[in-house]
Design a protein around this ligand. Structure first.
Ligand code: HPA
Length: 266
């Protein structure tokens, strides 16, 4: 089914609710869904072609409503490259957000920190990324639009609003470069040391392909990482999915406050 057809179905179900911004929630961050007012919830199962988002900690539904008076369409779960090897698995959901009227997308994720002084529980504004996966969601795409400009991919004006929001609530907001390793295995300590040498601040298994697709579609982008662990080899124990889920849940209140403070600035 095309994004236009899906958007028509969604508009029928929601009574034509307008959408200004898309929000993609990372693992353990689906608590934000409970803060949506005037919410219409549609399971991905009812949206043909949407991923089944089978990673624990993700909530596979699309919720349309308002947060801080911003008209949002929230994707409660995402598909990861490591689930099937499709780097463009989030293409249809992102096209659908655009077809619903979204002009921008806010991406969130859980990530490992490469700095001892950006410990678990920290939040990081993503100002740029490095694609270490060796693939790209636009491979095979035809047309000159595939040569997407990635300068200022993380929209500087939206980043300023995030800084203002964090200041308003007195919350520390780190900033840095996020890097995509494909996963699903965590990195080796040597890979983490390499990433540190390259000037990377946080590592994760998502977001980068989605940001490339969103820029291809002409959507403005902002991204936040919820730091759940130190990179492999930096702590006494190695990272684990259980730890990332637990830490994401622990930080969910401050993460949600941060996102809401950003949305208030729009
Ligand atoms: N590495 C990759 N992905 C992650 C990590 C990590 O340390 N933490 C949360 N997601």
């Amino acid at each position: 089914m095309s994004a236009q057809e899906l958007a028509r179905i969604i508009k029928d179900k929601t009574g034509g609710k307008p959408v200004d911004m898309g929000l993609v929630l990372g693992s353990g961050l689906s608590g934000l869904i409970d803060t949506i007012t005037n919410a219409s919830i549609i399971g991905y199962v009812d949206l043909e072609g949407f991923p089944n988002a089978g990673v624990s900690g993700h909530n596979p539904s699309l919720v349309i409503g308002e947060i801080e008076e911003v008209k949002v369409a929230v994707l409660g779960g995402r598909a990861h490259y490591y689930e099937h090897g499709n780097a463009d698995a989030m293409r249809l959901p992102l096209e659908t957000l655009k077809a619903l009227g979204a002009k921008s997308v806010c991406f969130t994720n859980s990530a490992g920190s490469l700095h001892l002084d950006m410990p678990p529980g920290s939040q990081m504004l993503i100002t740029d990324h490095i694609n270490l996966s060796g693939t790209n969601p636009l491979i095979g795409q035809e047309g000159d639009e595939r040569f997407v400009n990635m300068v200022d991919a993380y929209n500087p004006n939206l980043c300023d609003l995030a800084r203002a929001g964090a200041m308003e609530i007195g919350q520390k907001l780190f900033e840095g470069v996020y890097s995509w390793y494909s996963g699903p295995s965590f990195e080796t300590p040597a890979e983490i040391r390499m990433a540190q040498t390259l000037g990377i601040d946080a590592v994760g298994m998502s977001t980068v392909p989605e940001v490339i697709l969103a820029r291809y579609l002409g959507l403005k982008v902002i991204g936040f990482s919820n730091i759940t662990n130190l990179g492999a080899g930096m702590a006494a124990h190695g990272p684990s999915h259980g730890e990332t889920k637990d830490e994401a849940a622990k930080a969910s209140h401050s993460f949600e406050a941060l996102i809401r403070s950003f949305l208030r600035q729009l």
